[in-house]
Design a protein around this ligand. Structure first.
Ligand code: SF4
Ligand code: FES
Length: 372
């Protein structure tokens, strides 16, 4: 049975891969795109118009660092005019005074600010950027002064997992409406740095207790979203809410993807906006149809009662660990290679004890891909 085709609701627009920070867990691909590959203003506006016509209700403006695009106000305005909800995902450094206010004036609805550590030294170490922490706090103040709602995004790994209580206090002090405690997902640069980032099991267990108690304590004051670590899971998450179900990603050169890491599945080929309309790509492209619905599933997913809850988990994780994008996500306890996750955790702990793997491979544009 062919999967029913629903309109997309949400879009992640990676406007640029340029970024002042160099976080070793960045979800961008290891082969970054240079500025000269980026779509121009007119093409992004056309793409946003088609997205709104298709049914997209919210656009996450991301990167890299989206505020490096000088036309960001114009892009926000184009979306706001069509009634699309806009969320700016920013690292919060190098943003000149007045810019957040100008974006609010253009119609921006929400800001999500990433903070790498609850202390300045951790933030500087992870982002590889001196003075980042103070700049981020200033950005948070400007967001609130502009009357915009704020989400603090805290990507969690071995080097800051013990700072979770302080992240909660920091987000409250900054007036955030939402805090995302987001354990790093091992794709992109995080996969390269897995041994250096993997927390140990006891720290993960402590974190679960702390976050659960804080969610209860702060009910009605601040929402805390908890993105749990896949490698320690019993069942996987429904990555992207299911492949090509209601969301998609556009990368800086206009290539349209079902998820941010889809290009790691080398057997798929991806269409680019401009050569095809967005509606055509969403409905007909082979990459979007490869894992839509449940027909593609193998056992144990095929006959599992959770197959329309988690949609088999993450295709890119299946590719990275099982070597087969159509396999059950190894994060699932029913996967025949689920035990490999525990081995990978153990390998990372061994590397940490022997001080191997503690050197980050920082995200650098020198790994950049030339325009095609
Ligand atoms: Fe989800 Fe597949 Fe595991 Fe069932 S077997 S829980 S569908 S990943
Ligand atoms: Fe690609 Fe999960 S990141 S499906």
């Amino acid at each position: 049975m062919t999967a029913p085709l629903f309109p997309p609701i949400s879009m992640l627009a990676e406007l640029t891969h340029r970024c002042p920070l160099q976080c070793p867990y960045c979800s961008n691909p290891v082969e970054l795109m240079k500025a000269n590959s980026e779509l121009d203003t007119k093409t992004w506006l056309d793409l946003f118009r088609q997205a709104a016509d298709l049914g997209v209700l919210q656009v996450h403006l991301s990167g890299g660092e989206p505020t490096l695009r000088r036309d960001l106000e114009e892009l926000v305005d184009g979306l706001a005019m069509r009634g699309v909800y806009t969320n700016l995902i920013t690292a919060g450094v190098l943003i000149p005074p007045g810019r957040i206010h100008a974006l609010a004036e253009a119609g921006l609805d929400h800001v999500q600010l990433s903070i790498q550590g609850a202390h300045a030294d951790t933030t500087e170490l992870i982002g590889h950027y001196r003075g980042a922490y103070e700049q981020k706090l200033e950005t948070a103040r400007r967001v609130r002064a502009a009357g915009l709602p704020l989400t603090v995004n805290a990507p969690i790994h071995r080097h800051n997992i013990e700072q979770v209580p302080e992240f909660i206090e920091l987000a409250l002090a900054l007036g955030a409406e939402r805090l995302e405690i987001a354990n790093v997902q091992y794709s992109g640069w995080a996969l390269v740095n897995r041994d250096a980032l993997m927390p140990d099991r006891e720290a993960v267990d402590r974190q679960v207790e702390i976050v659960t108690a804080a969610q209860e304590r702060l009910r009605g004051i601040m929402n805390i979203d908890f993105v749990t670590p896949d490698y320690f899971a019993t069942y996987p998450k429904p990555c992207m809410g299911g492949w090509a179900r209601d969301a998609f990603v556009v990368v800086p050169d206009g290539t349209v993807l079902p998820c941010h890491a889809a290009q790691t599945i080398r057997s798929l080929s991806f269409a680019r906006f401009g050569e095809h309309s967005l509606g055509d790509i969403w409905a007909n492209s082979s990459a979007f149809n490869a894992f839509r619905g449940t027909d593609w599933m193998q056992e144990p997913c095929r006959s599992c009662e959770r197959r329309e809850i988690d949609w088999g988990g993450c295709r890119c994780q299946a590719m990275a660990i099982a070597g087969d994008a159509a396999a059950t996500d190894p994060a699932c306890i029913k996967s025949p290679i689920h035990a490999r996750m525990a081995m990978l955790i153990e390998d990372a702990q061994t590397a940490a004890r022997e001080h191997k793997g503690d050197e980050f491979v920082y995200r650098r544009i020198t790994h950049a891909r030339e325009p095609v």
